[in-house]
Design a protein around this ligand. Structure first.
Ligand code: EPZ
Length: 423
């Protein structure tokens, strides 16, 4: 398994090109199942999770052509030969559940493995299933699989209320409702920008969606969708991660992508309160922190609150800030696995249930550490960039799932970092 070797102490200076958003690419790729037309997607990031979604779609019979260098995909589900998403593919990437809604909507049936949990939590999909049942689907769980059947005439529009905000739950129902007969209203829909990006793509395919970006989304079902071309929005979590890299190394990074200010409202506010200088422009954001940073309490919340996917990264920064910071994780029940690894580097962090108390220390010391999940792995990268000495990060396949070209992007800004390929 590949590792990363980082020698800390360099103040990062330079430009970071921000890739397309992983969490927009995955649902939009799944949307190809809704039509026999061809879906052309631009700005698709080169990620392990994107390749996993491609493998799942091809197993279903989708024809995929990818120009990875140009970040361009074309997907055609004209001849879908299977409606089964097998366990060995779904277990590698939970977002495979996003095949469920489109398959039931267009083919009337689907058999999708239950995703199972992952490192950060149990991650149930009950709200996805209840939403499809509200649209008339019958759902049975058998041998670890979700077996879903639409009524004879297809799904039927209805009101779908989410008692808990669910990003992929909203996305599954949004996609399924595009082909349902009649009107569907999603209440307490997720507000994440990736939802609006998906809705924009679906409308380009001929769907009739309004209200995306608010908590109430209305979908007028249509008989069929057509192919379209869509450009994925920038990855706000990648951008926030590199902003924190500028902060922890007391450098200056220019994050190159348009509209980042609207994509990171709370995170940029928190970073500014922590003492970062932030200059927002149309096509980039410059982040620097020459002076000492300040401690800050953080509570993760659904958009537009502070993103849970930036929690581990912020904790790494706060571990070097004088004073105490309280971090409350309200979305996932087990998203503090990076704490033990940061403590091995000299951080002073204690966990009390879903709350972590971070007491700043003068320095972190490089050490061999273990990545446990996607965002935690970048928390360790940030710690390594600031630590004294050398840090070796093991199991960086976690990082490769959601971040494109990390060593290259960081080295281009002066970091001493290299990938050590497994023998
Ligand atoms: C999406 O996961 C993201 N993944 C996650 O990013 C992100 O952490 C999460 O949203 C929250 O923002 C993708 O978009 C592919 P949820 P998702 O359904 O949709 C509970 C990353 O690092 N819930 O919004 O799986 C659930 O337990 C990943 O890129 C139910 O109870 O998250 C959680 O407490 C990690 N029943 C809360 O809702 C359900 O049926 C939010 O989960 C579904 C969810």
């Amino acid at each position: 398994m590949d590792k990363l070797r980082i020698r800390g102490g360099e103040a990062l200076q330079g430009v970071v090109p921000i890739s397309g958003a992983k969490n927009a690419a995955l649902p939009t790729m799944a949307a190809c199942l809704l039509t026999e037309g061809t879906l052309f997607l631009e700005n698709i990031p080169n990620l392990v999770d994107v390749q996993a979604m491609r493998a799942l779609l091809e197993a279903l019979g989708v024809t995929c052509h990818a120009d990875l260098h140009a970040h361009r995909f074309s997907l055609s589900a004209r001849s879908v030969k299977s409606v089964t998403a097998p366990y060995d593919l779904v277990r590698k990437m939970r977002a495979s559940i996003l095949a469920l809604g489109p398959l039931v909507a267009r083919h009337g049936t689907a058999k999708v493995s239950l995703p199972g949990g992952c490192a950060i939590g149990v991650r149930p999909v009950d709200l996805h299933l209840k939403g499809l049942e509200a649209l008339g689907a019958s759902i049975n769980l058998k041998d670890g699989y979700i077996c879903a059947e639409a009524p004879k005439g297809g799904l039927v529009g209805n009101v779908v209320t989410f008692p808990v905000v669910s990003v992929t739950g909203t996305e599954n129902i949004l996609m399924a409702a595009t082909l349902a007969r009649g009107t569907t209203t999603i209440i307490n829909a997720a507000l994440e920008p990736e939802i609006s990006d998906l809705a924009t793509c679906l409308n380009a395919m001929g769907a009739k969606i309004t209200g995306h970006g608010t908590t109430t989304i209305t979908i007028e079902g249509v008989p069929r969708l057509k192919g379209a071309t869509h450009t994925i929005l920038p990855d706000r979590i990648e951008a926030g991660t590199y902003a924190l890299a500028a902060m922890i190394t007391h450098g200056t990074l220019t994050l190159q992508a348009s509209g980042l200010e609207q994509l990171l409202p709370s995170a940029l506010t928190v970073f500014a309160h922590m003492g970062a200088q932030i200059d927002c422009r149309e096509n980039h954001i410059a982040v620097s922190s020459s002076c000492e940073l300040c401690s800050h309490d953080i509570t993760t919340e659904p958009f537009p609150g502070y993103p849970t996917d930036l929690q581990a990264q912020a904790m790494a920064v706060l571990s070097l800030v004088p004073g105490s910071s309280i971090i409350r994780e309200t979305i996932w029940e087990n998203r503090f696995m990076h704490v033990a690894e940061l403590v091995r580097m000299g951080a002073d962090i204690s966990v009390h249930g879903l709350t972590a108390v971070v007491r700043g220390v003068p320095a972190l010391l490089g050490a061999p550490v273990m990545a446990t999940d996607l965002r935690a792995s970048f928390g360790l990268v940030l710690a390594g960039l600031a630590a004294k000495g050398e840090t070796i990060i093991n199991r960086i396949y976690h990082l490769d799932r959601g971040y494109e070209a990390v060593p290259e992007k960081l080295a281009a800004c002066g970091a001493s970092i290299e990938r050590i390929s497994a023998e």
